[in-house]
Ligand binder design. Structure first.
Ligand code: HEM
Length: 544
């Protein structure tokens, strides 16, 4: 080897170590992936050219040398990272899978089956309440975690995970990491979820539920896929709230094409969740990012059309539109576009997921249906049209809803935050500053420190058997604090409408050969749960 080769490799390796120590180890860099790749790609030829001139060597030799210089740089950078993460990292005292502390690729590759929430539950059962899930990441389910990490006074901020939308040049209430921008936008949304606004929405929800009942009745006691039909119902409702028109999925009995795009893009979000720095690459990739881009474009068109329609009964978008009257206001339009898309994503399958799981438990054990009817029949008077206020305090109904939410939260892995520079203490354990935290809602809801018989469906624990709840903070399906679910009351209203109306009309049972294992064991985690089918039979209720 020529002496200039070893000198060049040595310099490159030193730069690799220095760039780790003084640059990569500090702050956030996930947004700079494309720039880094561009520097390597476009810098290669100029580097070779400079080497050729500087060392007076042939151009072909210089290209070879340039490639090796880059390899030396990257090798040294990664070696430095691995040594630091193995021996010197501030989180080394936290337990967790050995490879997880070295690289987030561990989480990425073990998560290819999109079962992150099940794996995190198993990890917590093995390692305890605090688990190191990445080089700079902890998963925490100790009872104090929801309040300390997510709660109203928590100093934690949204983690880099939320930058998923940045690369598509969209921004929404859910994606913004700017605390003040979020606060201001949340005030705009709040109007659409006031008690008065929710009253205005009740009629719509009931009408779509009657349409669902008609469709179920048309099955005439034959097997139907509950996951699909609750999805059709919830997307139709939310299409109406967001764009002033239904997706007509109940009518057609199949997914709207835009929802197929959404589903595909959600899988990608699930896949790339562990490595936010790869999202910019996925977003520009021709096939990978296409579905997301199409879905965004389609939503933008819908909301632009909706802008020109005057509605007499307000929907949620009509509140968002109040701040975006002027079509030339680019900033306001950007928020309107992002938020109308968010409405569909956040408000649809979340509710469908809970309804599907509720009906799984009702179909599996008819004693729950009997109990619900004992409670609800006297409240739902046949001489008056259904009104959700008739049933909103029904204890068993609310217990059934809570129990489905606890055992099967629609965002099972959700809750991603970063600690403030001074760090935080959770249940006596100090977590340093700048650490990414995850409070996995699924694992939390099944924590033995919070619930007795944590894996059992026991609606009574929410009213007549409170001793089965050891610590209520384990129940956080809607998250909490400033970024908690704004649609919580709407979601509850929807569930309190669908469950009573359906069980007062139908008996429900699992279809022959169905045991729910597909839904419970194979549904995938793509931030919201992607449900497998649940085959059930609804028979007209036999009275008397
Ligand atoms: C059972 C149903 C639902 C559950 C379990 C649920 C759960 C959640 C959770 C856990 C979050 C926080 C996500 C995070 O930390 O990143 C969230 C946020 C949000 N949810 Fe829901 N949700 C439900 C239904 C709805 C509905 C019906 C709507 C609206 C129509 C809605 C709108 C939103 C919005 C806009 C946010 C973002 C709030 C913010 O960033 O300030 N959700 N939801």
């Amino acid at each position: 080897m020529h002496h200039y080769c070893s000198t060049s490799y040595g310099i490159a390796a030193s730069v690799g170590v220095l760039s780790h120590v003084f640059y990569f180890v500090r702050g956030e860099h996930h947004q700079h992936t494309l720039q880094c790749l561009q520097i390597l790609f476009y810098g290669f030829l100029p580097l070779s050219f400079i080497l050729a001139r500087l060392l007076q060597i042939h151009y072909a030799q210089a290209v070879q040398l340039g490639a090796m210089v880059i390899v030396s740089y990257l090798s040294a950078l990664w070696t430095s990272m691995l040594i630091y993460r193995s021996f010197f990292h501030r989180l080394n005292s936290f337990p967790g899978p050995r490879l997880a502390k070295l690289s987030k690729f561990y989480q990425f590759f073990t998560g290819l089956r999109l079962d992150a929430f099940r794996r995190s539950h198993q990890a917590h059962q093995k390692y305890g309440n605090f688990v190191r899930t990445g080089p700079n990441e902890l998963s925490v389910i100790s009872p104090g975690a929801p309040v300390a990490i997510l709660g109203p006074r928590s100093p934690c901020i949204r983690s880099p995970w939320y930058d998923y939308a940045l690369y598509q040049s969209i921004e929404s209430l859910h994606s913004t990491r700017d605390v003040e921008a979020h606060e201001a936008r949340r005030r705009v949304w709040d109007h659409g979820f006031s008690v008065k606004a929710l009253r205005d929405y009740e009629g719509r929800v009931t009408n779509y539920t009657h349409e669902l009942i008609e469709k179920i009745s048309n099955f005439g006691g034959n097997t139907m896929n509950a996951s699909a039909w609750f999805n059709y119902w919830s997307f139709d409702v939310m299409g109406d709230f967001a764009f002033g028109k239904s997706f007509n999925m109940l009518k057609t009995g199949k997914n709207h094409f835009a929802i197929d795009w959404l589903e595909s893009s959600m899988f990608l979000l699930g896949l790339f969740s562990p490595i936010p720095w790869a999202v910019p690459v996925g977003a520009i990739a021709p096939v990978v990012g296409t579905c997301f881009r199409r879905f965004i474009r389609w939503c933008n068109e819908q909301v632009d059309e909706r802008r020109d329609v005057k509605t007499t009964v307000p929907d949620i978008t009509s509140w968002l539109l109040k701040t975006a009257q002027d079509k030339n206001d680019i900033e306001a339009t950007k928020w309107l576009h992002g938020d109308s898309r968010l409405l569909i994503v956040a408000g649809s399958d979340t509710v469908a997921i809970v309804l599907t799981h509720i009906f799984y438990y009702l179909a599996r054990d008819p004693t729950h249906v009997r109990k619900l009817r004992q409670e609800l029949d006297p409240l739902m008077r046949s001489d008056e049209p259904f009104n959700v206020r008739m049933v909103q305090n029904a204890k068993h109904l609310n217990g059934v809803i809570n129990e489905a939410l606890r055992l099967h939260p629609p965002t099972p892995s959700g809750g991603f935050r970063t600690t403030p520079p001074q760090g935080i203490t959770v249940d006596g354990v100090f977590i340093p500053g700048g650490v990414n935290l995850n409070v996995p809602i699924y694992a939390l809801g099944r924590s033995r420190e919070c619930f007795v018989r944590p894996d059992d469906f026991v609606p009574e624990r929410w009213y007549s058997e409170p001793e089965l709840i050891l610590n209520r903070s384990g129940f956080a399906p809607f998250s909490l604090g400033p970024y908690g679910c704004i649609g919580k009351e709407l979601a509850k209203m929807e569930m309190r409408t669908v469950v009573p109306l359906l069980i007062s009309r139908f008996d429900v049972r699992l279809a022959p050969g169905e045991d729910g294992s597909g839904l419970l064991e194979k549904s995938r985690d793509a931030f919201t749960l992607r449900m497998e089918e649940l085959r059930v039979v609804f028979d007209e209720r036999k009275r008397g």
